[in-house]
Design a protein around this ligand. Structure first.
Ligand code: G1P
Length: 295
């Protein structure tokens, strides 16, 4: 059983300035819910009941979003019969989900951010060696209708086979330098190598890691030994790469569509896709898009 997900959210979100001057990028909404909430909901559907937010003290609005709704506001809305608004308010904290916040004091890389969660995991039942998940909220994965989502499938893979996994998708070769890129054993999904942000000419494949990981607790000790890598940062990729010889870590080709909401284009696409599907505004938006007004 996997009980905990680590959400590294301390990054400054400079690609979205000036929007992210005072609003954490993980609070940017896709239609009506912030990115962090989609991640927490996906984790909840995967059976996870504990979120470790690795955050920054300047992003306290993120913690506030994940706190239980203000009781006085809930009572006021209930009294007015606005039950849909109460449900919307309470959806930010799924029932039974615990949130622990730790701070990453310095932006030393994604691997360093995950390492900041080590003590929290160590103090839980199961201890430091337990399997846990990592999600990057700006990789928004829209699951096919009726499916629980990418992380739920990865948790099921671990339950059924004992294997750990990373979500991957094919990217244009010209973009390998934006991702961790994996190599697989011949005819299998087991990973044999992983490299962070290789130049297209050096990339072992065009299979890129997107922000979902189910990892053995052994990654903490590996990360503690990792030296600064790509971009001078402690890379999660390098910690995982150190485990590949001894652990069955697989590439998971997920169902659904991934939107890179760390980029303005991906963020715009996610909003359009979800707005078009929205029962209230979808038909009107579709009609507007087709009306020639944008020509
Ligand atoms: C991080 C990881 C990278 C992964 C990517 C997915 O990079 O380091 O391996 O492919 O997320 O979004 P970042 O986007 O933080 O530069």
């Amino acid at each position: 059983m996997i009980s905990t997900v680590v959400l590294p959210v301390a990054g400054l979100g400079t690609r979205f300035l000036p929007a992210t001057k005072s609003v954490p990028k993980e609070l940017l909404p896709v239609v009506d819910r912030p990115l962090v909430q989609y991640a927490v909901e996906e984790a909840f559907r995967a059976g996870i009941r504990h979120v470790v937010l690795v955050s920054s003290p300047v992003k306290s609005a993120l913690e506030r979003h994940l706190q239980p709704a203000d009781a006085a506001l809930v009572a006021e809305l209930e009294a007015k019969g606005k039950h849909d608004l109460v449900a919307a308010l309470q959806s930010a904290t799924p029932p039974g989900m615990t949130v622990t916040v730790v701070y990453q004091a310095q932006a030393l890389g994604l691997g360093h951010a995950v390492l900041c969660a080590r003590d929290v995991l160590a103090a839980l039942p199961g201890g430091e060696q337990q399997t846990f998940a990592v999600m990057l909220p700006d990789d928004f994965i829209d699951a096919p209708a009726g499916q629980a989502g990418c992380l739920a499938d990865m948790v099921a893979l671990h339950r059924d086979t004992g294997a750990w996994s990373l979500a991957v998708e094919e990217v244009p070769r010209a973009q390998t330098d934006k991702y961790g890129v994996v190599s697989l054993a011949e005819g299998s999904l087991r990973m044999t190598a992983m490299v962070e942000k290789p130049k297209p000419a050096d990339a072992p494949s065009n299979l890129a890691v997107v922000g979902r990981y189910v990892l053995p607790g052994a990654v903490f000790a590996a990360l503690a030994d990792v030296k600064p890598g790509a971009g001078g940062e402690i890379q999660l990729t390098d910690g995982i790469a150190a485990l590949l010889a001894s652990h069955d870590i697989r590439a998971h080709r997920f169902a659904g569509v991934r939107y890179d909401c760390g980029s303005k284009l991906g963020y715009a696409k996610a909003n359009i896709a979800l707005a078009l599907r929205d029962a209230d505004m979808g038909p009107a938006l579709k009609a507007w898009l087709g009306s020639g007004v944008l020509a």
